[in-house]
Design a protein around this ligand. Structure first.
Ligand SMILES: [Mn+2]
Length: 330
């Protein structure tokens, strides 16, 4: 089969191969509130370890959200480890161990750690780091890694990896879509990845509460006087009234961003008492990751997020919108 040649560092590839092959018991993890890239990557690694007959478990703070339950192997995701003698941890799609949430300590107690990620390096955890912030998805890096040492990619793995690539490139619509992402996706399709299943489950199906929440958020959106910053606020009582939860906010911020005058969009929400989260988006040339980092969050230049503890949603709204307007000036 004609496959694109990945240009990963050969030394790293060999080390990854060696470290995983000689592992006895592995814990695989990713960030809290996991998205398609996070879970697709974690499950692909779990399928890979299965093929090597290496004992492994996938341990994640929470999830999977409703639209990722279709992922092959999603039923194996645990919120707590069943073992305490792992010899290897593999963490995916995260730039700081804080992002592991409540399972962080379990991962930190493991003697060796491999990190595979595409975020802008932050705390740089891990003994073996395969990090490329120019890659559109962790799943793409992972697919390139498997292809580089010709590990057979099963249809289940291919579907997991495709999910990561499809979701992090917004179905190949975002600016981060590279020739490689399309070429590797094509390879994954040839290997049995089911892209129509991914599209249908991720984008074309949602609970009624999610649609109602989106309706409310769009109806109540706010715009800066110049029309360039758009935001919407979802309060605890809105979630309660509509029977919705955090996972139902998926896709709302992109709709805010789609308004033609808008350069920066934010969805500010309070899914739980004393916790306010914000998702930020921006058009090319405008960096919102720096603003997110200032508030203890992170992400990519045009898609980032942050969480505020013990601050009122009104305070957060005020200071965040003010900071976002500054992003337009830089
Ligand atoms: Mn990602």
């Amino acid at each position: 089969m004609d496959i694109p040649l990945p240009d990963l560092d050969r030394h790293l590839v060999a080390q990854f191969q060696e470290t995983t092959r000689s592992a006895r018991r592995v814990i695989v993890g990713t960030h809290l509130n996991p998205d398609g890239d996070a879970l697709g990557s974690a499950l692909a690694v779990s399928h890979y370890l299965d093929a090597l007959e290496v004992e492994n478990e996938v341990v994640v703070h929470n999830g999977p959200p409703y639209n990722l339950k279709f992922l092959p192997g999603s039923d194996r995701i645990r919120h707590q480890s069943q073992w305490d003698d792992h010899d290897l941890a593999i963490v995916l799609d995260l730039d700081s161990l804080d992002r592991l949430g409540k399972v962080r300590e379990t991962f930190e107690s493991v003697p060796r750690m491999i990190l595979i990620d595409h975020h802008i390096p932050h705390h740089e955890p891990g003994d073996l780091r395969i990090v490329d912030p120019t890659s559109p998805a962790t799943a793409l890096l992972l697919a390139e890694l498997f292809l580089a040492f010709e590990h057979p990619i099963s249809p289940a793995m291919a579907t997991c990896l495709l999910t990561g690539i499809v979701t992090d490139t917004g179905s190949f619509r975002f600016r981060n879509t590279t020739p490689d992402s399309l070429a590797i996706a094509a390879t994954l399709l040839k290997l049995g990845g089911d892209i129509s299943l991914v599209s249908e489950e991720v984008y074309q199906k949602r609970p009624l509460a999610a649609t109602r929440l989106m309706g409310f958020a769009l109806e109540n959106l706010q715009l800066s006087p110049d029309g360039r910053v758009c935001w919407s606020v979802l309060r605890l009582e809105d979630f309660d009234r509509l029977g919705a939860s955090e996972e139902h906010t998926e896709g709302i911020v992109s709709e805010l961003m789609a308004i033609d005058t808008v350069q920066i969009a934010a969805l500010i929400r309070e899914p739980k008492q004393d916790r306010v989260r914000a998702s930020l988006r921006s058009r090319a040339g405008i960096d919102v990751a720096s603003a997110a980092r200032e508030f203890g969050g992170g992400g990519h230049k045009n898609a980032a997020g942050c969480t505020f503890m013990d601050e009122s949603i009104d305070q957060v709204e005020q200071k965040l919108v003010q900071r976002l307007r500054q992003c337009l000036e830089s």
